[in-house]
Design a protein around this ligand. Structure first.
Ligand SMILES: Cc1ncc(C[n+]2csc(CCOP(=O)(O)OP(=O)(O)O)c2C)c(N)n1
Ligand code: SF4
Ligand SMILES: [Mg+2]
Length: 274
């Protein structure tokens, strides 16, 4: 049995998550990935925004910052610039990262700043009662889309790749072993990493859409295909499927390292002219 307690602030329990919520599954995956990397608690800083998923930083025993809605990447950027040795992980929801925080998401990817963004995509604003998110599939119901959404949803991974992210992966709360590896890969990658996780909000997404918890998990299983397996499939077989696994990895200069070089250059120049 994995010793989750080792990484938890048990005094903060019971947690706020509904029975069956995907957030706990993803948190456990994150803890297993960290354990496999043999990182000490002091070497990690986790920064979250506001939302059910963002509540995670209260429960885990690392350096943690629970910040404001849409701004965890901003705070994490400050942490990383001030102390580059910290492995800095952003815990964020689909509303937090892609709606109110969308601009910060794009520009951190563009800068290729060495953060790992763990994006909990439950296709809704869970914490505030199931409003329409930029990830809610067209036609689905939400508390602000009583007749079904007419909005097309974002693909967070495509957005991150287009903006310049250098590690982009997608997992689900159903495929937990795959998710462990994707998170591990994101943390070890030097540069902006996105790990999007399709997870369930059985309360505020499932209920208005009349989808029970098991069917939500079944959906994650049957509607996703690993990108490697997809290479051997026909367009007809891939129709309607969402790709999971490592979707993109590239190598280009990381922002904090460049910033430190810039400071050294300026200091050397100032020293030479003093
Ligand atoms: C500036 C600001 N605007 C709005 C809110 C209200 N609010 C809190 S959480 C949230 C949405 C959360 O959705 P998401 O980020 O997807 O997280 P989830 O709860 O689904 O995990 C909103 C709109 C807020 N706290 N602050
Ligand atoms: S409202 Fe949804 S996201 Fe929030 S704890 Fe409940 S199931 Fe999870
Ligand atoms: Mg959400």
């Amino acid at each position: 049995m994995f010793p989750y307690e080792k990484y938890l602030r048990l005094e903060m329990f019971p947690h706020i998550w509904c029975p069956g919520c995907g957030c706990g599954i993803v948190m456990k995956s994150l803890l297993r990935a960290i354990d496999r990397l043999s990182l000490t608690k002091d070497e990690i800083c986790m920064v979250s925004g506001i939302g059910c998923s963002s509540r995670l930083t209260g429960y885990v025993d690392f350096n943690t910052l629970h910040t404001t809605h849409g701004r965890p990447i901003t705070f994490a950027t400050g942490v990383k610039l001030a102390k580059p040795s910290l492995t800095t992980i952003v815990i964020t929801g689909d509303g937090d990262a892609l709606a109110i925080g969308g601009n910060h998401f794009i520009h951190a990817a563009r800068r290729n700043i060495d953060l790992t963004v763990l994006l909990f995509n439950n296709a809704t604003y869970g914490m505030t009662g199931g409003q329409l998110a930029p990830t809610t599939p067209t036609g689905k119901f939400a508390s602000t889309a009583r007749q079904g959404s007419i909005d097309p949803p974002f693909d967070a991974c495509k957005l991150a790749i287009a903006a310049g992210a250098t590690y982009v992966a997608r997992g689900t709360s159903y495929h937990t072993q795959q998710l462990d590896r994707l998170i591990e890969g994101g943390i070890t990658h030097k540069g902006f990493s996105l790990v999007e996780v399709l997870e369930n909000c059985n309360t505020y997404y499932g209920r208005p859409n009349k989808i029970g918890l098991l069917d939500l998990l079944q959906w994650e299983k049957t509607n996703t295909v690993n990108a490697k397996a997809a290479e051997r499939m026909t367009p007809e077989q891939l129709e309607g499927k969402i790709l999971t696994g490592l979707l993109h990895q590239s190598d280009r200069p990381e922002y904090v390292a460049q910033y430190e070089q810039l400071i050294s250059r300026v200091q050397a120049k100032a020293g030479a002219t003093a």
